[in-house]
Design a protein around this ligand. Structure first.
Ligand code: SF4
Length: 392
């Protein structure tokens, strides 16, 4: 959020306004934990990220926790903020990043790593974790890049490895207990902060880099070895076992301005069985799990009712692999075509995509289809285990 007097001087001020439809604004005096959910890219990109919408919904669910969105501003706004000493702040209340209890940063692409550091700097949070004072926010990383957290290990207090919906609730509970024991932020000591980090390390899926030291293995590799009993020698990736009943953001925030994926989204499946050799997501989000046709239809109807979007996109690594994809599309047409809502399939393999499916999704309005052949020759497709064949 930017102060009103600055908005007239930046391009695309709508991205800095906050107050969008379905945004959750809580009275700071009524909440115990303030969580900054940061996406290290501009508003239009971050607002299109379904994972952030899910976490925004999950973190805001308890009454005593307030979650605010934080995006990195465009270059013109960054320059102006630096000139005027305006810190990066949350969109919901304009609270500076350094005032939050927890700063959670999603790590989706390595190319955003420099922006992660720029966000901390612009938010006036110490960049290195060993320089962060006891009254500063806990800086937590999550997202698919945490499968290799070491390049960012010196900047983060902790990483959540794997899927976040369930683990974030455990993090909030742990933080809440610790905060009640040390309510005065200004008088907290370094020891208090270390106590929190050790408690966090005991949560499955949490990696706290400061509780490890590098040790050389027999093969000459540097392996992190735990230095505290709570830190585990191997951190296991978190997986949402009951994905079918996991939280769905049925009232996502509706942006004021056009964003990259300007539509409703419903995650119909997670994971992929295909095993293409180059694909990190295909491995990271295993095993494959599906939502039922009934759950998808009910949630999609709610999303449209709560937002007014005229398109619903079915999100999955590979939509046609859902075992009931035809029933889903037929059901959504039955429920939503009367409102002129079209259906989008964002991610398609060429070998299990049919003309029949294409015709089904284009019934209301023509929408884009993204086909992923991945390589220009059959030899290369075979080498990367893509499995699909295109013959001329
Ligand atoms: S089909 Fe797509 S999502 Fe699945 S492993 Fe291959 S590239 Fe990854």
């Amino acid at each position: 959020m930017l102060p009103e007097k600055v908005l007239a001087e930046v391009q695309g001020p709508a991205r800095y306004l906050g107050g969008e439809y379905n945004a959750v604004v809580k009275d700071p005096s009524q909440v115990r934990i303030q969580f900054a959910l940061c996406y290290p890219d501009v508003y239009e990109v971050g607002m299109s990220h379904l994972g952030s919408q899910i976490l925004y919904h999950v973190i805001n669910s308890p009454r005593e926790v307030a979650c605010e969105r934080v995006f990195y501003p465009q270059a013109d706004a960054v320059e102006l903020m630096r000139q005027r000493g305006l810190p990066l702040s949350g969109l919901e209340t304009g609270r500076p990043l350094s005032d939050f209890d927890i700063v959670g940063i999603t790590l989706q692409y390595e190319l955003t790593y420099t922006t992660v550091l720029a966000m901390l700097e612009l938010g006036e949070v110490s960049i290195r974790s060993d320089q962060r004072g006891p009254s500063e926010p806990l800086v937590l990383g999550g997202g698919s890049c945490t499968c290799n957290p070491e390049p960012l290990a010196i900047f983060f207090d902790a990483f959540l490895i794997g899927e976040g919906e369930e683990a974030v609730e455990e993090i909030l509970d742990t933080y809440d207990r610790w905060q009640q024991a040390h309510p005065n932020r200004e008088t907290r000591s370094t020891g208090n902060r270390e106590e929190l980090l050790r408690e966090l390390a005991a949560i499955p899926g949490l990696y706290v880099p400061s509780l490890y030291e590098p040790e050389e293995s027999d093969e000459g590799l540097l392996i992190p070895r735990p230095t505290a009993p709570e830190a585990k020698p191997t951190v296991k990736r978190r997986i949402v076992e009951d994905f079918a009943h996991a939280a769905i953001p049925e009232a996502p925030v509706v942006p004021w301005t056009e964003i990259v994926h300007d539509r409703g989204q419903i995650e119909i499946a997670r994971g992929c069985t295909r095993g293409c050799r180059f694909c990190q997501a295909g491995i990271f989000y295993r095993p494959t799990r599906e939502r039922s046709v009934e759950t998808i239809r009910r949630a999609a109807t709610q999303i449209i009712a709560n937002t007014g979007f005229d398109e619903i996109s079915l999100a999955a690594l590979n939509c046609p692999d859902h075992s009931h994809i035809n029933e889903i599309i037929d059901g959504l047409h039955e429920d939503l075509s009367g409102q002129r809502v079209s259906i989008g399939l964002p991610s398609l393999r060429i070998d299990n995509f049919s003309i029949e499916l294409a015709e089904k999704v284009q019934r209301v309005r023509k929408t884009g289809l993204t086909l992923a052949p991945e390589a220009g020759s059959q030899r290369l497709r075979d080498v990367i285990n893509k499995g699909s064949s295109i013959r001329g």
